[in-house]
Design a protein around this ligand. Structure first.
Ligand SMILES: *Cc1c(COP(=O)(O)O)cnc(C)c1O
Length: 229
């Protein structure tokens, strides 16, 4: 099978899973967006995915993300989903439409400055560390409103919502149920912040069940990545 056919078949399977999960959850399919996480794969895959109808892609590292953005061009929406150092924020704000990993006010300031300099608006998700996970990035649930407030009052950022990665080896249902509660209390303060970025190849059904609006799926579309480092 050539690469385009392989991607097409994998994509069809992922759409099938999302469709089935939406039916089980009683949610309209239109409520859930698929972001294909293309990290470690070449720009040629991004281009092939775009021609297969993919509209949103995710990357987790700078400058890899920026290079692929420039190479793939086109009409894609770019999501930065990885940990982000403050000194790289300006550069990322030039090409990312959304940053899913906002976890400190210093980063908010740096992203805002970069977005303003580029004459753009960048959508931001507050990344939350769900209970019992040490070592995962993100803010504790009680700090979400602080960061969200900083994003909402920045001139060149918009507050999208919350993002989380389910704890390794934990129960994704419990994690995503908690994330939904955090989202509900955020929306009470910021009615625009309705997005929930949750769910990956292994747990997208659970994420859909608990209200995810943006799934970040890599391996199920592109294949297993070689281990990093
Ligand atoms: C790599 C990555 C994903 C995609 O994970 P898969 O298991 O490949 O689907 C999602 N979110 C983040 C933050 C990632 O780094």
């Amino acid at each position: 099978m050539n690469r385009a056919d392989e991607l097409s078949a994998n994509l069809a399977q992922v759409h099938q899973r999302i469709g089935a999960a939406c039916i089980s959850a009683g949610r309209p399919r239109d409520d859930v967006s698929l972001i294909v996480v293309t990290k470690t794969y070449p720009a040629s895959d991004v281009i092939a995915l775009a021609s297969l109808g993919v509209t949103d892609v995710g990357e987790n590292r700078h400058p890899e993300a920026g290079d692929k953005h420039d190479e793939a061009a086109g009409d894609l929406t770019w999501h930065f989903v990885g940990g982000l150092q403050t000194n790289k924020a300006s550069a990322v704000a030039r090409y990312a439409d959304f940053v899913h990993s906002v976890d400190r006010t210093k980063l908010v300031g740096a992203l805002d400055k970069g977005a303003r300099a580029a004459g753009r608006t960048v959508g931001c998700f507050v990344q939350v560390a769900l209970s019992d996970e040490s070592g995962r990035s993100g803010v504790t649930p009680d700090a979400v409103l602080d960061i969200a407030g900083a994003i909402a009052s920045a001139t060149s950022l918009s507050l999208a919502g919350v993002m989380a990665v389910a704890p390794l080896g934990g129960d994704p249902d419990a994690a995503f149920a908690e994330l939904r509660e955090i989202s509900t209390s955020l929306i009470a303060h910021h009615e625009e912040a309705t997005k929930i970025s949750a769910g990956m190849s292994g747990d997208l059904e659970s994420a859909v069940k608990f209200g995810a609006t943006h799934l970040r799926v890599g391996r199920s579309v592109l294949g297993e990545r070689p281990p990093t480092r």
